[in-house]
Every structure is written in C-alpha cells, then in structure tokens.
Write a protein that binds this ligand. Structure first.
Ligand code: ACO
Length: 423
C-alpha cells in the first residue's frame, strides 16, 4: 500500500490525505486546506525545495555519494576532472569522453587580458582573495554576451566548460595580485590540479609540481565538488531560478560560501588553532565554547550527525602531505581538540563531529596557501557542483522562480506622521 499522510485543520475540521513520496509530501496539500496556510520553516529545516539526482547524503549514517558513487571510492580512484564530468553529465565518462573533456578544459583556461589588467588590477592591494574571486566570477560573464542564452544547451555547456576551466586561473590571479607577484599563465602540459598549483606558486622557470601535493590538491577538489542543498548551492538555485546567467549565479553561490558558518569555516579553524596555540590551552578553550563564548569551528553540521566522511579522508590526506612538507605544528592542537571534544558530553549530546573544514585548513597551510585563500580553494571545485545544479534546475519542469512567503510581524496600517509631530 502506498504511504499517505493526512492533515487535519482543527479550525474547520477539513482534512486532506496526500501521498508520501520519498518521505515528502507536496506543499499544495496545505493549500487545499486553506490557501493562506503557511509552513513556517526558517533556514529550511524540513523543506525539500527540489528533487535532485546529483548527490546523496545521509547525515546520520555519514554517507556521501555523487551520482551514486561513494565519496571514498571517488577520492581514492578518480580525478577531479572525471568527478566534475560525472556531476555535470550524470555518469562516469568513457576513456574517449574523458580525453575530450580534459582537452577542452585544458584549452579554456586562459582569461581575457582585460580581466587582469583592468579588473583585477583595480582592487585595493589588501583586498580579500575571496571578495576578488566573487566579483571576478560575475565580471567574467560580461566577456561572453552569449552567457545569457541558457536555454540553448550547446551554448550553456560552453559556459559551464569556461567556468570550470577558468576558476583556477581566476583564483591564482587573485592570489598573485594580492602578493604582488607576476601572473603565471596556464600550462597545458599539466593536469588541472598541477596547473593550479603551478599558477599559484611558480617562481622562475621551474614548472615542476610535487606529485604527492598535486594528488592531495586533487583529492581536496573531489571532496569539495558537491554537497547537495547547502547554503551556497541553494543560493545558486535561487538565482538560477530567475534565469540569470551562470556566471552571475556562480558569483552568488560563491558569496554564500564566503561566510564563516559555511565555506569560510576552514579559515576560521586555522585562526582558532593559532589562537589556542598549545595543547595546554585546549581544555580551557573547550570550556569557553561550552560557556557560550564562540563555537568550536570545524565542528558540527546541519545534516551530518555522525563523522563527516570527507573529514576522515582529509585527515588521512593530511598525513600524506605532511610526509612531504613536514608536519603542520597546529596538527597536534587539532588532534587534541578533536579527542577532548569527542569525549565531552556537550559535543556528544549535540552530535557535534569534525566536519570537512576541521582538517582541510591544515593541509592548505602546509601546501603554502595563505589563510585567506582557503575559501577560494573550496569555491574552485564547488563550481562544478553548482553548475550541475544550475543545469538540473533549468530542466526541472516543476521548478518556478524561487519566491518563499513570509509571516508578516510589522505594524498594522498607520498614517504617515509629519516630521514636526515625531517624538
Ligand atoms: N561548537 C559549539 N557548539 C555548537 C557548534 C560548534 N561548532 N555547532 C553547533 N553547536 C551547538 C549549538 O550552539 C546548539 O546548541 P544548543 O542546542 O544548546 O542551542 C546545538 O549545537 C545545535 O546547533 P545549531 O546551531 O542549531 O546547528 P545548525 O545545524 O543550525 O548549525 C553549523 C550547523 C552552522 C555548521 C554549526 O554547527 C556551526 O556553526 N559550526 C561551526 C562552523 C563550521 O564549522 N561550519 C562549517 C560547516 S561545513 C560547511 O559548511 C562546509
């Protein structure tokens, strides 16, 4: 028997019975009871705003899959470009498809000279790279007048290719500007991650990138490529629902990611670890969090109420990186924090576990990235996920322009008061 749910309006005695599909029922059921009835759901705690076939996430079991493939298998066996293809197209590529996709991405990495000379050079010398990245992503769209033709599939695919290909170039450009270093052009003989590290750190003629570090970068890109309906992806979908171009929508998603409760958390974690500094200070810090003085950054998640599977992979990747770079001195503080928190009733009771950001910052730091680049490193691979959602939304016949309702709590109608009569 199909599952149903019956909702009764106690004010009128009216009732409606609707099918439950995948644990959800359509909100139109409420309208049948009363057209003015609203579900009050700030932060969408119980609202499924779309149907999606991209990423599966079970927070209680600590499961994350892209298009059905477990994140652990992808991190171990795949590459970021293959994962980006998977997210965007629904299936893993054949050898020929991957070769073509890799070729196409590699040959779309250049950015118009005006972006650097006139746009990026216009920033203040100490501009935050993420602020630069967000604005540059939107500005990039102005170089492609066809960006707005989003219902022409071939054209949209070209914009998606451009965005995936150019994000590392844009990110490195912002970094090199902020450090006063000359811009490094993309190198077509390198892989996606090698090319990014090369554009970031190349000094002189040597384009050699350590393969262990490039592999770690690629794994981090895979882990950050998508995460279903998080804050940034929701921003992407909301903006896409107005049929804005993918560059503007990507800039909006990146803006949402920028915040310290979201992608900005990895930056906040390292700043927190630097503040704690020594193992002796860990118990006092944990106590101050429990007393309500700030949060343990990198802990807790809206959906994961179990260990974030990405955090496990990142912790392992951290050791691979430290073999090459030497151990990040903050690692011991992080390990101690995790150990103490996971035994503390406050964190256990609230199901607070390390999330993706807890260890990623330590790797980024060991790779040589300054703290304020961390969220940019998150935005580069997430662009593929955002664009997969952008495309999915456009094809979804049930979607309309996003437009939630509100519960008005302001004044009732009142007459305008002339200035002289105001207290
Ligand atoms: N440290 C201390 N207490 C915490 C933490 C934390 N990191 N996270 C949640 N709590 C507490 C809350 O104070 C609350 O306690 P209460 O029940 O006594 O009021 C309880 O745990 C539930 O927390 P909520 O804020 O209701 O959980 P929510 O799902 O809204 O928030 C979030 C999730 C934003 C990730 C939160 O855990 C947090 O701020 N963590 C720190 C920032 C962080 O690491 N963000 C990265 C998330 S991953 C990502 O976006 C890529």
């Amino acid at each position: 028997m199909a599952e149903t749910i019956t909702i009764i309006d106690d004010r009128t005695g009216k009732q409606v019975t609707v099918p439950l599909t995948d644990g959800s029922f359509p909100s139109t059921a409420l309208r049948e009871l009363d057209a003015d009835l609203r579900v009050y759901d700030p932060a969408y705690l119980s609202t499924a705003a779309c149907k999606s076939a991209i990423t599966y996430l079970d927070g209680d079991a600590g499961i994350l899959r892209y298009r059905g493939y477990p994140i652990e298998q992808l991190a171990e066996k795949s590459t970021f470009l293959e994962v980006a293809y998977l997210l965007l197209n629904g299936d893993l590529p054949t050898a020929a498809e991957l070769q073509q996709w890799t070729y196409d991405v590699t040959h779309h990495t250049y950015i118009h000279e005006n972006m650097r000379k006139r746009f990026v050079d216009g920033f203040h010398y100490d501009a935050h790279p993420m602020g630069m990245f967000v604005s540059a992503a939107a500005a990039l769209g102005t170089f492609y007048p066809d960006a707005k033709e989003i219902f022409d599939k071939k054209n949209l695919d070209r914009q998606i290719l451009r965005l995936v290909a150019k994000m590392p170039t844009l990110a490195a450009m912002c970094y090199r500007f902020s450090t006063g270093l000359p811009f490094v052009l993309p190198n077509n003989s390198l892989t996606y991650s090698e090319n990014f590290l090369n554009m970031m750190f190349k000094i002189g003629d040597d384009s050699h990138v350590n393969p262990v570090l490039a592999k770690a970068m690629d794994v981090l890109f895979i882990l950050h490529a998508d995460h279903e309906q998080n804050c940034g992806t929701t921003a992407m979908r909301v903006v896409a629902s107005s049929n804005a171009d993918p560059y503007s929508a990507t800039a909006a998603a990146a803006s949402a990611l920028y915040g310290p409760l979201h992608g900005g958390a990895n930056e906040a974690v390292v700043r927190m670890l630097e503040e704690i500094k020594t193992l002796d200070n860990v118990p006092a810090f944990i106590q101050s969090v429990k007393d309500g003085n700030g949060k343990l950054m990198g802990f807790g998640h809206r959906v994961y109420k179990n260990y974030d599977p990405r955090a496990k992979i990142i912790k392992k990747t951290a050791y691979d990186v430290f073999e090459v770079t030497g151990k990040n001195p903050l690692l011991d503080v992080a390990l101690k924090l995790e150990e103490v928190a996971l035994q503390d009733e406050y964190f256990v009771k609230r199901k607070l576990y390390p999330n993706v950001d807890f260890y990623s910052g330590l790797i980024y730091q060991a790779l040589g990235f300054p703290v304020d680049m961390f969220t940019v490193l998150f935005a580069i691979p997430r662009t593929a996920g955002w664009l997969a959602h952008f495309s999915e939304l456009l094809l979804d016949k049930e979607q309309k322009i996003s437009r939630p309702r509100q519960v008005y709590t302001g004044s009732a109608e009142r007459d305008y008061v002339p200035m002289v009569q105001r207290a």
